[in-house]
Design a protein around this ligand. Structure first.
Ligand code: GAR
Length: 217
């Protein structure tokens, strides 16, 4: 199975996916990495790992549809089976989502459906949440709105600031994302428009773990 990872920044989830691949635990080869920013910290990490890399900047495209068409061309040129969003800060056209939604996953730093969008750690603290976390989900046209597959629940501590909370959530992101990719690569996870199946059963609610606990097999 061949995967492409889409990034816009630091690329720590990309690194976690690459580490899982190296350890033989991903079940997929990361064939290429596409960044929406030329200065993304993840790009040198991708190149060092021997991945093909491409940069697509919004400023080089006249519209969202034009950008997404270029993105599709690059993804399809690499002939990948799976599209992994890892901090890719772009909103897709419905056409793009429709083209890939049976083979596209995203990681989001909150317990969806809570805290869609940006600055989730800051908002969790400001809103007084006692629990926060991260979610791996299928992608639908609604931003951060697709069916959630696996979540890790991270307690908010009284002395947490945005950084300490973000760090603990990120550690969990790095555990759960490669794990779900493995399910997909092994053919156990199927993404249908509007439904996600694991081992042939429709997931009616996300699987959940608590931070640090063993992941469901
Ligand atoms: C991660 O925390 C990821 O969950 C988040 O961006 C960060 C990227 O970090 N994604 C979203 O907010 C998507 N809605 P990384 O570049 O170090 O993986």
């Amino acid at each position: 199975m061949r995967a492409v990872v889409l990034i816009s920044g630091r690329g720590s989830n990309l690194q976690a996916l690459l580490a899982a691949q190296r350890a033989g635990e991903l079940g997929a080869d990361i064939a290429g990495v596409i960044s929406s920013r030329g200065d993304a910290g993840g790009l040198p990490k991708a190149a060092a790992a021997g991945c093909q890399v491409a940069v697509l900047e919004a400023s080089d495209h006249t519209s969202r549809a034009d950008f997404d068409a270029a993105l599709s061309r690059q993804i399809d040129a690499w002939q990948v089976d799976l599209v992994l969003l890892a901090g890719f800060l772009r909103i897709f056209t419905d056409d793009f989502v429709a083209r890939y939604q049976t083979r596209m996953l995203n990681i989001h730093p909150s317990l969806l459906p809570a805290l869609k969008g940006l600055h989730t750690h800051r908002r969790a603290l400001a809103e007084g949440h006692s629990e926060h976390g991260c979610s791996v989900h299928a992608v639908t046209p609604e931003l951060d709105g697709g069916p959630v597959i696996l979540q890790s629940r991270v307690p908010v501590r009284p002395d947490d600031d945005e950084q300490t909370l973000a760090d603990r959530v990120l550690r969990e992101e790095h555990r759960i994302y490669p794990h779900v990719v493995r399910w997909f690569a092994d053919g156990r996870l199927q993404l249908h428009p509007g439904a996600v199946l694991l081992d042939g059963q429709t997931l009616t609610r996300p699987l959940q773990v608590r931070a640090g606990d063993p992941l469901p097999v």
